[in-house]
Design a protein around this ligand. Structure first.
Ligand SMILES: *Cc1c(COP(=O)(O)O)cnc(C)c1O
Length: 377
């Protein structure tokens, strides 16, 4: 197999696992960044079939792309500036996250123009210091949102926030953000709003039940990477990145390999050339040499990863042109996982997954139990 094989059964399994953890709270499948590189529409359909009821993305374009695919589930877009084309979003029935009055006014103006109320989720900054209204602007935002709601221009469907360190439930920020969120919610109720509440991400779904509220937003766990170091919740990795060797050659000891000759063979060996490079998501800046699986054995990448290709020193393994080389996968066959790569590079699994380039074909797999999902591929 050449490309990124996406196991939709794994996504279905992860969705069900997260849904069970949530109990009565709803699950929003986060399919931003093209479904963390897996393909937003495919992931959205699979997640919606297996228990998710909402979709979450950042940009308006991502949300509109889901609609263009015929996906009409409730969808929240949470990273838009006040000059966004809100009329198009309202027309497509997309919920809009609002962090400040300037955004709220712009959405309200567009809603009047569209002659259709806009669904908004008011975002409060409970301590991440990223999106959302700070406590000193929150009350004004609530007051204006309430006015627009009474006018019939806006419906406040949600109040939400995002955690800074849910993967460490004992970290003081978790309790601090929960307290800040509850206070912000109480203030929203005081002005008369009755919104859906959502705070939790993947790690909080799995490990911070008091953060579940009415709905939770799952990203990385949907794709199978365990979000909490040292804890396993039974998630299954969905993506396998591999390619077939396009050239194999025997070289003597002392052969410089790749740009800069950063690798020199220390004995006669076999080199295999793999047509995946940093443009395809194979990290070029690993702290330790990355490994790949070939003929059931882990072998190191030799020298620098180039834009389009890398070389593996396979030693005396009987590797042939056409042999599959796996960069990462679920780990079942001994191949590295995306989490292994994250540690070799000094980053997180999200970074590795979303780095898989547009040139890599995504190929979808689902067994018979998920045949209804596959048919729509
Ligand atoms: C990306 C993102 C998520 C998903 O987070 P995970 O930790 O991957 O589950 C949830 N909420 C917001 C606001 C995000 O930006």
């Amino acid at each position: 197999m050449d490309g990124a094989l996406v196991d939709l059964d794994a996504v279905a399994h992860n969705t069900r696992l997260l849904t069970q953890r949530l109990g009565t709270a709803a699950l929003m499948a986060v399919v931003k960044a093209d479904g963390f590189g897996h393909g937003a529409a495919q992931i959205a359909r699979t997640a919606l079939t297996h228990g998710a009821s909402w979709l979450g993305v950042t940009s308006a374009a991502e949300a509109l792309a889901l609609r263009a695919e015929g996906i009409d589930a409730p969808t929240l877009s949470w990273l838009v500036g006040p000059d966004e084309d809100f009329t198009a979003m309202i027309g497509a029935g997309i919920d809009i996250s609002v962090p400040a009055i300037v955004h709220l006014d712009a959405v309200a103006t567009a809603a009047v123009r569209a002659q259709q109320p806009a669904n908004v989720h008011l975002k409060v900054d409970t301590g991440l210091s990223r999106g959302g209204a700070t406590p000193d602007t929150w009350l004004d935002l609530l007051a204006w949102a309430w006015r627009y709601e009474v006018m019939g221009v806006i419906r406040v469907r949600g109040v939400w926030s995002h955690l800074a360190k849910a993967e460490d439930r004992a970290h003081p920020s978790v309790a601090g953000q929960l307290t800040a969120f509850r206070q912000a919610v109480a203030q929203a109720r005081e002005v008369g709003l009755r919104p859906l509440l959502h705070l939790a991400n993947s790690a909080a779904i799995l490990d911070v039940p008091e953060a579940h509220f009415d709905m939770a937003r799952a990203g990385i766990a949907l794709y199978g990477a365990e979000p909490i170091a040292g804890k396993r919740f039974g998630l299954r990795l969905a993506m396998t990145l591999s390619a077939r060797a396009v050239l194999v050659k025997r070289v003597p000891a002392g052969t410089g390999v790749g740009y800069g000759h950063t690798y020199v063979t220390d004995r006669e060996t076999t080199l295999a050339l793999v047509p995946l490079g940093f443009a395809d998501g194979v990290p070029a800046r690993a702290i330790v040499p990355g490994e790949v699986l070939v003929r059931g054995v882990r072998r190191p990448i030799a020298g620098r990863v180039a834009m389009d290709q890398f070389i593996v020193d396979v030693g005396d393994l009987p590797v042939e042109v056409g042999d599959e080389v796996t960069v990462f996968g679920p780990g079942d066959r001994g191949e590295p996982t995306v989490s292994d790569w994250a540690s070799w590079v000094g980053t997180n699994a999200q970074d590795i997954l979303t780095g898989v380039g547009v040139r890599v074909p995504r190929v979808y797999h689902a067994d018979s139990t998920a045949a209804s999902t596959l048919e729509r591929v």
